[in-house]
Design a protein around this ligand. Sequence first.
Ligand code: F6P
Length: 382
Amino acid sequence: MNDIKTEESMGTIQDRVPSSNIKRIAVLTGGGDCPGLNAVIRAVTKDAINHGIEVFGIEDGFLGLVEDRIRPLNLDDVSNILTQGGTIIGSNNRADPQHFPVGKDDQGNTIFKDLTDVCVTHLKVRKIDALVVIGGDGTMSIAKKITDKGFNCIGIPKTIDNDLHGTDITFGFQTAVHIATEALDRVHSTAASHHRVMVVELMGRNAGWITLHAGVASGADIILIPEIEFDIDIIVEQCIKRSQKGKRFTIIAASEGAKPKGGDQIVDRIVENSPEAIRLGGIAKWLANEIEERTEIESRYVVLGHVQRGGTPTAGDRVLSTQFGHHAMELLKLGKTNRLVVMQGGVLGDVEITSAADKQRLIPANHPLIAAARSVYTCFGD
Ligand code: F6P
């Protein structure tokens, strides 16, 4: 990865002088949920209480901050949640305080206002000194606006998509890969029984990390990711070749954001007022139909969807979430704010919180895992 920094340039905690006045913090989970959120909330809350810092939970992400739904979190609240999926304080991937709907005008058009100041007021009224924001790029861009108002924030990188700039890995990703791999493995046997092409559509928005990792882990024959545009003729040729060689099936792992050369992604829906309005979906159905029509090989598709975001986190994600939560608290205890906790080159550290705002970390064309997959004859449709 080009953006890997050394431990020194990330600024490790050991070099820093303690200077904290942080007595009260609030925690917020923003954007789509993912496995490991509760593990982070637990780590932050326990560490804070352990050091005499009071903790508040903001309900339903930035929506709850605008609406002043903030409640104390104590040790009982976070007991026994390490392995639980979801988030005990709720999340929201539509509310953006900078562009918040406050009513309708005479023509019925929605009126939007910037309510960032209202958010900061709600925190200050409770004498909260810092906000721990757990989220992806959209959440970090809102956190940046709050830091611009002079309020302390620490970011913790979350998303199954693993597309957050500044960190090699986000928590939630490993669990999503595990679930996607299991789905691909299961589809394998039924595809073989029926001599079918099976296309499995995986999440990730514009980034193919889940698909690349799960595709390699399950030995998918074809991996389609948004970063490499595919040629449908090559996919069709590949399915026919496999069939002629006596292979009884073809497994295709397809990112929801995969697109044909010169073509567009398939949009499932537009979620109005959401900072990221486009929801992708439909590529697996399109591919299965196209392949069946052109090869006469029976084809089916599976859309794994939100299964990838649900349930208990893997051991790896539980560990990462605990490390991220602890590091966030170490920063606050040392008086460091406006940082994003990151993992770079296997080293836990932190960068400016702004590093992750409104940017996506996509798979570079020269990524070693793409080369490894190609070396075992995996086709990327190019
Ligand atoms: O960013 C996480 C993610 O699950 C994406 O992979 C997916 O495209 C999107 O969120 C789905 O959003 P929603 O939960 O609004 O359907």
